[in-house]
Design a protein around this ligand. Sequence first.
Ligand SMILES: Nc1ncnc2c1ncn2[C@@H]1O[C@H](COP(=O)(O)OP(=O)(O)OP(=O)(O)O)[C@@H](O)[C@H]1O
Ligand SMILES: [Mg+2]
Length: 407
Amino acid sequence: MAEKTVLIVDADAASRNFLIKALQQKGCRALEASLGREGLISAWRDRPDLILVEPQLDDLQGEELLRKLRSDARTASTPVIALSRDQTPSRRASCLEAGCNEFFRKTSADIPALLDAIDLWLASKPTETPPELEQTAPFTPKKSGGKLIAFLSAKGGTGVSSLCANIANSLFASQPKAKVAALDFVLPIGSIASIVGYDGKMNIASLANMSAELLNEAFFRENLPSPPAWKFNLVAGSPDPESASVLRVDRIAHIIQMLQAAHDFVFIDVGRSLSQIILPIIQQADLTVMVVSPDMGTVRLSRVVWQYLQSKGLTSDHVYPILNRVVGFEGISKAEVESALGLQIQTTLPHLGGNMLMANSQRVPFASKFPGDTACMILKEAAGQIITLSEQIRAGVKQGVQNGSWI
Ligand SMILES: Nc1ncnc2c1ncn2[C@@H]1O[C@H](COP(=O)(O)OP(=O)(O)OP(=O)(O)O)[C@@H](O)[C@H]1O
Ligand SMILES: [Mg+2]
């Protein structure tokens, strides 16, 4: 990734120095301004990838600065994070209203979430297309094939891969005849093969190396491995970073289309990545399952991802948020998660102690290992809802992507 530039606008030298150090550790170039007007000049001249603003400035109010940034084409879509000593709800509301993308309090408790948000905004900001992706075949939507269900999270370890495999498996309960495929598209290394106990050589990288003529609908119907304990066909993920680094991304659209042609449902684990390869998949998925865990850090990051997806045309009809690993009355409530995320949680799965890990390490579905656990019912219900919603979207009952803006 090319070096990213972050502009810090803050009257307080100690805060600026703290942020400069943190940004340098991330390999970013930091620019600084102690006054609002200096900040504006630098923003328009240097075109940073991200701007951090303390709204209490000596010459301009932060809100005025934000409005000026937003009304100028050079910075209209530059991500801006407010980092404020003033922690009042009215300040937060006025900053968000004036155009900042994120608002953090200037407290040590908020620093880890701020640093995560900086990473995410820098990673998700649309940048120039890298030359190696320019020849990528456009991803033509295949609305007549199987439903495409993407599984994504904003933070690692929230349970995306476990839920992708287990919900794909639970589809069988309501549609025993449905043909289901699971594709692990987590780079640089996938994990579903290990969850379902597949040790074979076929994976997304090896398939992408095959000639396009061989990769036809019949191939995907007849040749994919189907791990014995599981009720779906598998396209395993990249087995190692080396394979991922040479993965032929220009073949991915074709592979997904053929998977859709050969199956009724195609589940894709995209992990926590929102690269230029992943975004089109999410934009064209019938439904995106967003897995969130009940801690404010993850919820805030999920909100950033959701706002980004909205800016790319996705509507809430297309998103199915799951709150995973909920522990009794500890932590934040579902209502708090919904309000911070800006989306309604559709399914809540409790923290299953070591049981999910145990099922994963024995390479069997959770429902086979712990058939009496209420979580099995929740997984089945989630699978049923995902079927219904994706069918409604396909039938046009739900709106889906705004302006029909498939890319
Ligand atoms: N509801 C749950 N209760 C308890 N443990 C869970 C739950 N969901 C997932 N886990 C466990 O959390 C760990 C991470 O799960 P998983 O690998 O599915 O997450 P992930 O989001 O795909 O992670 P990664 O970012 O590494 O791809 C695993 O050990 C899994 O068994
Ligand atoms: Mg995973």
